[in-house]
Design a protein. Structure first.
Length: 276
């Protein structure tokens, strides 16, 4: 990325549940960084999660962001970009960088997989023994072959500084999911390039994912942004806020008459107190 390129950030929620305070903070951080630099803040809806994606939530998200006092530019949702995912996956397969995998989580656990930075590290079951072609299959990145082709890479986080790509704590991640067009890793990397994102802002829980995304950028000859991983808001138990744990929805607060701009100001202050 050129040092003189305009700053472009994004907020990319999935419409499989309501936004909560953690999402609000991520949106505010991305919005404010872009505005402070005279750049652009975009909204991208990541809506390829099969039946879990609910189209009506995209409009709810826009209402939430307006309520918080944010301004943005809409870019195409992921469902409009399926061809780009298929083309990239084909390129990677043609270079021998992907292999099919039919394993379930139970299969992976039974094989004695160890925990890594992004869940269980895949133990290579289907790499050693090709799966039954009649089973539903995902496609995994062969990280050993990828590293052999691209060599050592680095990426830069605005807080942590230069990082050397290390895939050993992640393993052979899924790039094309079973019965779905792409995994988060492939789709987000391609989308950020297509949208001209120059600063990828997201929570610190996705720090290790950036090692995968930097690898994909090298393999697919995509532009390289900088990254900004902010600390996470947590609940009273020290757990990060999450949809599955029932974190209060922004829509509920908005509909109850809470002042969204005041809430945004409180979150900005909390963000400063977190030291990020």
């Amino acid at each position: 990325m050129s040092e003189h390129a305009p700053l472009v950030t994004r907020f990319a929620p999935s419409p499989n549940g309501h936004l909560h305070l953690g999402h609000a903070l991520s949106a505010i951080v991305a919005h404010d960084l872009a505005r402070a630099a005279g750049g652009r803040f975009v909204l991208r809806i990541e809506d390829i999660d099969g039946p879990r994606s609910r189209a009506e939530l995209a409009d709810e998200f826009r209402c939430d962001l307006t309520w918080l006092g944010l301004e943005w530019v809409d870019v195409p949702a992921q469902s409009a970009r399926l061809e780009s995912y298929a083309v990239a996956a084909h390129q990677l397969r043609a270079r021998g960088l992907l292999y099919p995998c039919a394993c379930t989580r139970k299969d992976i656990e039974a094989a004695g997989a160890v925990s890594g930075a992004d869940g269980l590290i895949y133990p290579g079951i289907c790499k050693r023994t090709p799966p039954d072609p009649d089973r539903a299959m995902a496609w995994r990145l062969d990280t050993a072959r990828a590293i052999a082709q691209i060599g050592q890479l680095t990426w830069v986080d605005e807080h942590a500084g230069p990082q050397q790509v290390d895939l050993s704590r992640i393993g052979d991640v899924v790039l094309v999911r079973k019965n779905l067009p792409a995994s988060y890793h492939l789709a987000a990397t391609l989308d950020d390039a297509a949208d001209g994102i120059t600063l990828v802002t997201r929570g610190a829980d996705l720090f290790m994912a950036s090692h995968v995304h930097r690898t994909l950028q090298a393999l697919l000859d995509l532009p390289v942004p900088r990254w900004h991983h902010h600390r996470l808001l947590t609940d009273e138990n020290g757990e990060k806020l999450a949809k599955r744990r029932g974190s209060p929805a922004l829509a509920e607060r908005r509909e109850a008459g809470e002042d969204g701009r005041m809430l945004a100001a409180q979150l900005r202050l909390q963000h400063l107190q977190l030291g990020t």
